[in-house]
Design a protein around this ligand. Structure first.
Ligand code: ATP
Ligand code: MN
Length: 478
């Protein structure tokens, strides 16, 4: 259905067969003997070269063939005369679907800064860099579904609008149909949410986990893969206000199983991209190498493919939070007071601490477990010592936390105690608590931030560049 994609045409054996090309002009070059048009339709990083003879088309028509214009070309697929490509198309007929005035079209064949491209997010998928990222993003998403489907997990659609604010994972976005100019009030003067659409306060979800657990308590192994919203008011290179999260949740999995799954899963999807995105990854690797040329030797990064293969082929380092604190206390930057934030048992590790462990000490991905209960969520299973919980964070070089997960507290009394401790009204999550009353079971799960994965695989450095239309403070254009 539809025309053959350029990706498919490039793989054909050239035999003078007639072909139709549809795509956007990347460059046009005129020499004495021919006019060369490089066309791209986004199916591959590679352009197809189309060649016309001088005088074959009117100067008027050729003037409208410019970078960004959209064409339909019919012609013959032949072996290429020039180097750089195996095949090319001898143009018989050329039709311009849409012009792109070079005076106005912002994407010209030169390097644009990523900051500039963010301002034209409606056009940036037409660049090599962003089309490569978007194809890799797609492939990773597909690999996620394949991984879980092949292993007996069911894709559970958890709600996007929620009325529970129990997760406590981040600041939430309010969902309301109330008239902000004329808010209904209770007798005490508070906003009367009984008159709101849901008859109560509602928000966009910060995590599908709580509902995911309900699914696991029936289907055994489920996963979610959906949008997640956090009103993160920090402008970091690793946080978005709207991001996609993958949250598997498994009955009969203990912390150990959970770690095994997380490691196997992440290696699988990276391996899948290595196998299926060779050209795009090679392009991005080159791009990074070009960028690195301007940096001093010691600041240059490991080549992208090497970095990815390393992760796939090596076991992640597993240690407890307590062991990690010991390492940090003995570390050079701690002794030389180089860390910005203090180190000590009980602290919430900051990204400089995580990066030290991953990038300096172990030089590989790390899984930290058994964090102090005070710094983790109420639903994490208490360890026997009563001080730590069965949490696990997977930390990646250059990224920091890529996965956060835990074995869940399956004991009703202990869970209720924690709910009270952190000040959640049990009434608001009565349905969650009931799973521990009726057929409770040991279970575990985790959340992987999809964009952090894409960030790692593409080697990009800002999370705003690995999602088509990023949402962050003061930015919701497009
Ligand atoms: P961080 O400490 O980096 O803010 P978190 O502890 O808030 O992460 P979790 O609540 O455990 O993260 O969420 C699970 C995963 O979702 C994280 O490991 C991360 O990969 C991803 N994630 C969390 N917040 C964001 C965000 N604002 N933008 C993109 N990904 C995020
Ligand atoms: Mn956070």
């Amino acid at each position: 259905m539809g025309p053959l994609q350029i990706k498919e045409l490039l793989q054909q054996t050239p035999d003078g067969q007639s072909v139709t090309l549809k795509g956007w002009v990347r460059t046009k070059r005129e020499s004495k003997n021919a006019i060369f048009i490089a066309l791209n339709d986004g199916s591959t990083i590679h352009n197809i070269q189309a060649v016309a003879a001088p005088g074959q088309f009117s100067a008027e028509l050729l003037l409208t063939v410019t970078t960004g214009s959209c064409l339909k070309i019919t012609g013959q697929l032949v072996e290429s005369q020039g180097s750089g490509q195996a095949v090319e198309v001898k143009i018989d007929d050329l039709h311009v679907y849409g012009v792109a005035d070079p005076e106005a079209y912002p994407l010209q064949p030169k390097r644009h800064s990523l900051e500039f491209l963010r301002e034209i997010a409606h056009l940036r998928p037409r660049t090599n860099t962003f089309s490569a990222i978007l194809r890799i993003r797609h492939t990773l998403a597909f690999a996620v579904h394949k991984y879980y489907n092949d292993r007996g997990f069911f894709y559970l659609h958890t709600p996007i609008i929620t009325a529970s604010d129990a997760e406590g994972a981040g600041e939430m976005f309010r969902v309301t149909t109330l008239d902000l100019e004329k808010l209904p009030r209770t007798e005490e003067g508070a906003i009367n949410f009984k008159e709101d659409f849901f008859g109560r306060e509602a928000n966009l979800t910060v995590s599908g986990q709580l509902e995911g657990e309900l699914g696991a308590m029936a289907l055994s192994k489920i996963y979610t893969f959906g949008p997640t919203f956090r009103a993160e008011n920090s402008n970091t290179t690793r946080h978005l206000a709207e991001f996609w999260m993958i949250e598997p949740e498994m009955a009969f999995f203990e912390l150990e199983d959970n770690m095994d799954l997380a490691e196997d899963f992440i290696k699988y999807v990276i391996g899948y991209a290595l196998e299926h995105c060779k050209d795009d990854l090679a392009f991005l690797e080159n791009r990074l190498a070009e960028e690195d040329k301007n940096k001093p030797q010691n600041e240059r990064s490991i080549p992208l493919l090497e970095k990815l293969k390393f992760v796939v082929e090596n076991a992640f380092e597993r240690l407890t939070y307590t062991e990690a604190i010991d390492i940090l206390l003995k570390s050079k930057p701690h002794k030389e007071k180089k860390f910005q934030f203090p180190v000590g048992w009980g602290i919430d590790l900051s990204s400089e601490h995580e990066r030290y462990l991953v990038e300096k000490h172990f030089k590989k991905p790390v899984i930290l477990t058994n964090y102090p209960r005070e710094i983790k969520s109420f639903y994490m299973k208490l360890d026997d010592d009563g001080k730590t919980v069965r949490a696990m964070d997977v930390l990646f070089p250059g990224i920091g936390e890529i996965i956060g997960g835990s074995q869940r507290e399956d004991n009703y009394e202990k869970l209720l105690e924690r709910v009270h401790e952190v000040g959640i009204d049990p009434e608001t999550i009565w349905w969650y608590l009931e799973t521990r009353k009726f057929g409770t079971a040991p279970h575990s799960g985790f959340g992987l931030g999809f964009e952090r994965l894409v960030l790692f695989v593409t080697g990009m450095s800002n999370i705003r560049d690995v999602i088509p239309f990023p949402r962050y403070p003061k930015s919701a254009e497009f």
